[in-house]
Design a protein around this ligand. Structure first.
Ligand code: UDP
Length: 314
């Protein structure tokens, strides 16, 4: 790819990435500086408790294109990305993870497809080295279920690694959702979207104690975009009721009664009610969150911006 004159922002959410952040910065700098006239790398520190911030600041001392937004605590990586998008001023914004699982080598392909007229270019993984079977199975299942039960066409096997045109970024800023699920929101926005396929690398610095957030993300994604789980609850409840009625009918007719069947029916009904309550609860919680009108995140400090105030306004 020839050097491009566009201004590119690269948004990188960071949560306890001290083990690998320096390598990520080196690779990014080598890759980007040779290919872009003008760029900014925006690190959003999502309440790291390790050395991540210090390491980023060291890199900032020698590269003025690196900027840092420190959030006041850990808000979760979707919110950290959202914060980064609000501060990004590029003609296009690339979102990538801090651990080199999203290879910077793919960025030139993304830029080419953007130049070809696409407003969104998402990275689509063809392999998932270093991820265990559970992770792979869960991801595959999630993308397929999401696609089946929402009317939103979220591409299969695509994470948050993507390039967004500034028009899309501006719309995302206006969306202001309390529990953002960016992959769904980007698909919802529309415009011309395409993919770049790439091999996903193993993590450079293994951090396996964050698996819980994937389940969280899946639940947020589904309750943000689909009412089908609520309907499933109704279906289970209706089935359980029909089952109970038929059973009662048979019992009344034949006089057949066994404690086991009774216990089973009760167990089934109670679980259906519990499942339904849980699902309704998730939706209610979203409504509750939306009514609080709290800011999505709190910025503790920004570094490297010439006019940070201007950027902090949506
Ligand atoms: N991250 C974050 N806040 C969090 C968890 C993760 O900012 O609470 C960052 C993390 O440092 C990384 C990116 O979000 O840069 C993706 O995180 P991770 O690799 O854990 O997600 P996965 O790739 O497993 O979906």
């Amino acid at each position: 790819m020839d050097k491009t004159t566009d201004y590119l922002s690269i948004v990188v959410p960071v949560y306890n990435e001290a083990a690998g952040i320096t390598e990520t910065i080196d690779v990014l700098e080598n890759y980007i500086a040779n290919r872009l006239e003008d760029y900014e790398i925006l690190f959003v520190d999502d309440g790291s408790t390790d050395n991540s911030v210090r390491l980023i600041q060291q890199a900032m001392d020698r590269n003025e294109n690196i900027k840092l937004i420190e959030l006041s605590r850990n808000f979760g990586h979707q919110v950290a990305i959202t914060a980064g998008l609000r501060y990004a001023s590029g003609d296009a914004v690339v979102i990538m993870a801090a651990d080199l699982q999203d290879p910077p080598a793919v960025i030139p392909d993304m830029i080419e497809k953007w130049h070809a007229g696409n407003q969104v270019v998402y990275g689509q993984r063809v392999s998932r080295d270093g991820e265990n079977l559970f992770h792979r199975f869960f991801s595959a299942l999630f993308y397929r279920v999401f696609r089946a039960i929402t009317h939103i066409h979220v591409p299969l096997d695509a994470g948050d690694f993507r390039l967004l045109d500034q028009r899309v970024v501006r719309i995302l800023r206006q969306m202001n959702e309390p529990d953002p699920f960016l992959r769904g929101m980007v698909s919802w926005v529309g415009f011309k979207q395409t993919s770049v396929r790439y091999e996903r690398q193993a993590r450079t610095a293994k951090n396996s104690n964050r698996r819980g957030h994937l389940l969280h993300l899946a639940m947020d994604g589904i309750t943000a975009f689909s009412a089908v789980p609520l309907k499933i609850a109704t279906w289970i409840g209706s089935l359980a009721m029909i089952f109970g009625l038929v059973y009662l009918g048979i019992e009344a007719f034949i006089g057949l009664t066994t404690l086991k069947v009774l216990v089973f029916s009760l167990y089934f009904l109670v679980s259906a009610v519990l499942v339904s309550l849980g699902i309704i609860g998730s939706y209610l919680f979203r409504v509750l969150n939306a009514t609080k009108h709290r800011p999505l995140y709190i910025v503790a400090s920004t570094h490297g911006f010439s006019n940070p105030e201007r950027r902090s306004i949506v």
